[in-house]
Design a protein around this ligand. Structure first.
Ligand code: KG4
Ligand code: ZN
Length: 344
């Protein structure tokens, strides 16, 4: 098996990620983020993200090539995220990838961002190769999805996803109503340190028996966000001081509980003893700890790649394309566009 040298481009949200891999080996992974530009709006602004990608792409590609110590002419294939994500942001990466592939006269692979997150695991040099089938839980500011992976390159099934806000988005919104800055995840985490996770019984979305029939693997965080807002308002209206630490800890516990419960339900239902975690919310230590703890008692091995591979990056996109190439998949034609709701 020859190992293709692949350059991957990721621009689905606010990270401009360029990654270079040789087969399953990570050579470089450069990330430029426009997060700071979005901070004052409390969330990612698509137009701002797209412009930032346009400016960051060229220098990022040069930096990735330098870090990998390879020349552009030596690249065997170009890979790009074609969706899901923010349409305008995706278009910048797709346009750049097409231009690069045409000028280099090299094959181009359009890949799915969510499947890319799963492929990130391949680049974890310290881990044993991932076995299949595996359940994957992907949680970030843009998505919250539960997938059943029977084969990375040909059989990935979406079991469920969020019906409203992504888990990271819920962290951002709750942080905002507690007066904490963006991005909210790390802020809530810090505030929760001194709090009691059992102080307030916030709702676990789509977890009632009546919801479970149609939404066993789906998530909902907007009701939780509203419950937190209402709780805070009532305390303020009564002239009471809001116990930020307890609210943060109880909110975080509600999110973590529902994520881990549903992921382990999927493992049990499909008789899969493996769970892979991915996405930027994996930075949450409580989520990692609860997943590892409850996974162990359920006989499920929980895999958590290093955080630099869990957040949005180009290396995971390159890694997925390398797998496609090594398993004999044909490249994409130039006729694809950006698809903000691309299915797996
Ligand atoms: O994957 P990611 O870097 O990119 C986007 O989705 O854009 O994820 C960012 C999200 C943000 O919503 C942020 O608040 C959340 O991940 N996040 C966290 C933590 N660190 C980042 N959420 C919970 N706990 C954290 N420690
Ligand atoms: Zn992502």
């Amino acid at each position: 098996r020859t190992e293709p040298l692949v350059l991957g481009i990721e621009t689905s949200c606010d990270e401009t990620g360029i990654g270079i891999v040789r087969g399953r080996t990570l050579l470089s992974n450069t990330i430029a983020s426009s997060m700071d530009e979005h901070a004052r709006y409390g969330g990612v602004v698509p137009e701002v993200a797209a412009r930032a990608h346009l400016e960051a792409l060229q220098p990022s590609i040069e930096a990735a090539l330098a870090e990998a110590d390879v020349a552009l002419a030596d690249i065997d294939a170009v890979a790009v995220t074609s969706g899901p994500g923010l349409a305008g942001a995706l278009m910048v990466g797709v346009g750049a990838a097409k231009a690069l592939a045409v000028s280099l006269e090299k094959p181009l692979y359009a890949v799915n961002h969510l499947v890319g997150h799963i492929a990130a695991d391949i680049l974890d040099a310290d881990a044993e190769p991932l076995e299949y089938p595996t359940v994957a839980l992907l949680v970030s500011g843009g998505h919250t999805s539960l997938l059943l992976v029977r084969d990375l390159t040909s059989d990935v099934e979406m079991l469920g996803e969020t019906m409203d806000d992504a888990a990271g988005e819920a962290f951002d919104k709750v942080a905002r109503l507690l007066g904490l800055p963006y991005p909210g995840g790390p802020q809530i985490d810090r505030a929760a340190l001194e709090g009691d996770p059992k102080a307030i019984p916030f709702p676990r979305g789509l977890s009632r028996a009546s919801d479970m029939a149609a939404h066993r693997y789906d998530f909902s965080f907007s009701g939780l966000k509203t419950a937190v807002a209402r709780w805070v308002e009532q305390h303020q209206a009564a002239g009471q001081e809001v116990p930020v630490a307890d609210v943060a800890a109880s909110f975080r516990e509600a999110v973590v509980d529902v994520l881990v419960t549903k992921a382990l339900n999927a493992c049990r239902d499909y008789d899969v003893p493996r769970l892979l975690l991915g996405g930027g919310v994996i930075a949450n230590k409580r989520l990692r700890d609860v997943a590892l703890e409850r996974g162990e008692s359920a006989g499920v091995t929980v895999r958590i790649p290093p955080l630099s591979l869990c957040t949005d990056n180009g290396a995971m996109i390159a890694a997925l394309a390398a797998e496609l190439i090594m398993s004999g998949h044909e490249p994409s034609t130039l006729a694809f566009g950006a698809d903000s709701t691309l299915p797996v």
